[in-house]
Design a protein around this ligand. Structure first.
Ligand code: CMC
Length: 442
């Protein structure tokens, strides 16, 4: 077990011998704190006081660098060893053998579905892909140049007004219905946003197509009756969705959990996750990678660009990760998928620049010392572009893929008796009490 991974396998189940002795040098008093699963409870520190009126010791952890906020059975991640597993299954095996909807079921239910369960699940998702016509009109109301992520976030939030019963979060059946709706309608909303930004008529879902094929059809069908996407591209998209499906307590998932902890409905909670994902340090990085590659323009400019990164004038987008400090297993799978996609679409000329950047960065001290490696976003944008997506759509694709993870984590949180409304503490460092000064006297 690594110290960075308190929830890793083989962790202690917390026998009595597992404890931490803390000596408060202010008072000389010593405290014994139980260690469970490699963690001490932050609230156990509150007993450490200088006098009875003292609030007690708190932990200070900006950006949650070393704080576990929940117990989870959904995803196991070991950043040092580059391991990612959904419900115990290695990501490599799922990417090779599974489908996105099967993975979604696995994340939610904890087990792979039987054949009948899978068929029923696929049927349920397929038959919830349509949105109310007023949602379509809502999407039409955006400005012509609205970013598809903003449209997606607003569209998902709006769904809570179409399904007011989604507030009944204590009813597991009701929760499941909303979860199905969310997974089913995300591609429809994403595609409507895209079509709107292109000034193209919206394409309605087609039930005879798979999840990913239907999404491509809603995006790209124009002037043909039965648009059929290339099955190799459909598979590549499905794999990309699988790779994005969950990533334990990342920024957007934590946002979904935090909003959901106030007992908000799932649409409001997931729209908060979409907002978090939108940022360039999170899901927005795939869009930023493509913009960066375009700015670099040609392979010869790579050394200068890397110099600018080392001089802190640029960030190497698509590199680095809060948790992975060796390699991102998703990036390895995506790199392989790029070859397969490029066989169908022809090679994206930006690939050369990306490969050159990676080659240099993996050798240069600045990146090696900081353990900076390509993350999931480094190559995914190249595939999205090869599939015909404009860069603004990249993060939408990430959001569609991440939805099963968001709702699985939301559901898990609601079933967790230990969870309460999320409410971090602060260390107040502002002014002491002072008297109000009327504006004329300031
Ligand atoms: N380019 C240049 N320097 C970097 C980069 C980068 N992409 N990432 C980290 N560093 C440097 C950083 O300046 C710091 O250097 P120093 O210790 O000298 O001050 C050191 O590496 C450690 O970085 P950090 O910012 O403390 O690490 P973090 O865990 O807070 O940040 C990160 C992780 C992903 C936000 C960051 O690596 C980053 O900004 N990467 C670029 C954006 C990106 O690709 N994001 C996608 C993440 S993967 C998909 C997802 O989960 O959404």
């Amino acid at each position: 077990m690594t110290t960075q991974q308190p929830t890793a396998e083989g962790a202690s189940t917390g026998s009595g011998a597992e404890s931490l002795t803390v000596v408060d040098n202010r008072t000389g008093q010593s405290y014994e704190l139980p260690i469970t699963d490699g963690t001490v409870r932050a609230t156990d520190l509150r007993q450490i006081k200088t006098d009875p009126d003292d609030f007690g010791v708190m932990t200070y952890d900006p950006a949650f660098m070393n704080t576990a906020a929940c117990r989870s059975e959904v995803t196991f991640l070991d950043g040092e060893r580059g391991i990612l597993r959904y419900r115990g299954y290695p990501i490599e095996q799922l990417a090779e053998n599974s489908s996105f909807l099967e993975v979604a079921y696995l994340l939610l239910e904890g087990e792979l579905p039987s054949k009948d369960e899978l068929e029923q699940w696929e049927h349920d998702i397929t038959h919830h892909t349509f949105v109310h016509e007023n949602v379509r009109r809502l999407m039409e109301g955006f400005r012509y140049d609205a970013h598809p992520m903003g449209m997606l976030q607003a569209g998902v939030a709006a769904l809570s007004t179409f399904y007011p019963e989604s507030k009944e979060i204590d009813d597991p059946e009701n929760r499941r219905r909303q979860i199905i709706r969310l997974i089913a309608k995300m591609p429809t909303l994403g595609a409507f946003g895209y079509r709107h930004s292109q000034g193209m008529p919206f394409v309605y879902p087609r039930n005879e197509l798979s999840y990913s094929a239907n999404f491509l059809s809603m995006l790209f069908e124009i002037g043909v009756k039965d648009y059929t996407p290339d099955p190799r591209l459909v598979r590549a998209l499905d794999v990309l969705f699988i790779l994005h499906a969950d990533h334990e307590q990342n920024c957007s998932t934590s946002s979904v959990r935090a909003v959901g902890s106030s007992q908000a409905d799932p649409y409001s909670s997931v729209s908060a996750g979409i907002g978090a994902l939108y940022g360039p340090l999170h899901g927005g990085a795939n869009e930023a990678v493509l913009q960066m590659l375009r700015r670099i323009e040609k392979v010869e400019n790579v050394p200068d660009f890397l110099e600018a990164v080392k001089n802190r004038k640029e960030l190497l987008m698509g590199f680095g990760h809060r948790v992975y400090k060796n390699f991102d297993p998703r990036a390895t799978i995506i790199k392989k998928a790029t070859d397969e996609v490029f066989e169908v679409t022809g090679v994206n000329p930006l690939l050369k620049i990306a490969l050159e950047l990676e080659k240099h960065a993996l050798e240069e001290d600045f990146f090696v010392e900081r353990k900076l490696y390509p993350n999931v976003d480094f190559y995914s944008g190249l595939i999205y572009e090869a599939l015909g997506m404009p860069t603004e759509m990249f993060t939408v694709l990430f959001a569609i893929g991440r939805t099963p993870g968001w709702v699985a984590q939301w559901n898990e949180m609601l079933n967790d008796k230990e969870q309460k409304i999320a409410r971090p503490r602060q260390v107040y460092v502002g002014s002491g009490e002072r008297d109000y000064v009327p504006v004329a006297s300031r």
